[in-house]
Design a protein around this ligand. Structure first.
Ligand code: DX5
Ligand code: ZN
Length: 218
């Protein structure tokens, strides 16, 4: 079963609660949070207080994608705020094993994120101990970018590596996923599909969520 994870980065923040409820009614499985600090990526989004408020009302698992420097300093705050999945980038993280163990010790699922320009073989070692890999299909920092076509081949290669090393690891894919390519991304091997503008740029968020969900599980 393929899981749909709307990314609230592209939501209308004035109507955030209403739009999240529409995602839930439409059949979303996970809620994805793009956390940006203006240093790791050239954009600033939101921090744990936003997750904390949403957690009180939202039945879905909250997935924190941390695009921040020194993520270890904030991981506890995100888990305390309600994140049950936390992912950190492999790029620039010299102590990825320690970071992953920290996430797991707090009771959350741990993921490692890989940018489009980073060779997949850097994941070989971490596959032994992560719960999921978040493969970026755009360069992180902004919603609404175009899916990088080579990502499909990278998903297939990652799937093959996972099959060889640790088949329980899930593949999450993030960036430029829309109704015209979501099926291809799922067929390439993605288990969790993150969609931002492909949901929130539509006037009827509930109907669009339902449509993407039905495309995923045909
Ligand atoms: C990019 C983020 C993505 C982004 C997805 O830095 O990690 O989650 O919000 O948005 P779309 O689906 O619009 O590419
Ligand atoms: Zn993301």
């Amino acid at each position: 079963m393929k899981l749909l994870a709307p990314s609230i980065l592209s939501a209308d923040f004035y109507r955030l609660g209403e739009q999240i409820e529409a995602c839930v009614r439409g059949g979303a499985d996970i809620l994805h949070f793009d956390v940006m600090d203006g240093l790791f990526v050239p954009n600033i989004s939101f921090g744990p207080v936003v997750l904390e408020s949403i957690k009180k009302h939202c039945p879905l698992p909250l997935d924190a994608h941390l695009m921040i420097v020194e993520p270890d300093r904030y991981i506890r705050d995100f888990v305390m705020a309600g994140a049950s999945m936390v992912s950190v980038h492999i790029e620039g993280n010299h102590h990825i094993h320690r970071t992953v163990e920290l996430i797991k010790s707090l009771g959350a699922k741990a993921g490692v994120v890989i940018n489009p320009g980073t060779p997949l073989h850097l994941l070989e070692e971490v596959l032994y101990y992560v719960d999921f890999v978040l493969l970026m299909s755009v360069n992180p920092g902004f919603g609404g970018q175009t899916f990088i076509p080579r990502s499909l081949e990278r998903i297939r290669q990652l799937k093959e590596m996972i099959g060889r090393i640790n088949p329980s690891v899930l593949i999450e894919v993030d960036g430029g996923i829309k109704e015209d390519n979501i099926r291809l991304v799922a067929e390439a091997g993605a288990d969790i599909l993150v969609v931002g503008s492909g949901i929130f740029s539509h006037p009827d968020v509930e109907a669009q969520t339902r449509k993407l969900k039905s495309l995923l599980n045909v």
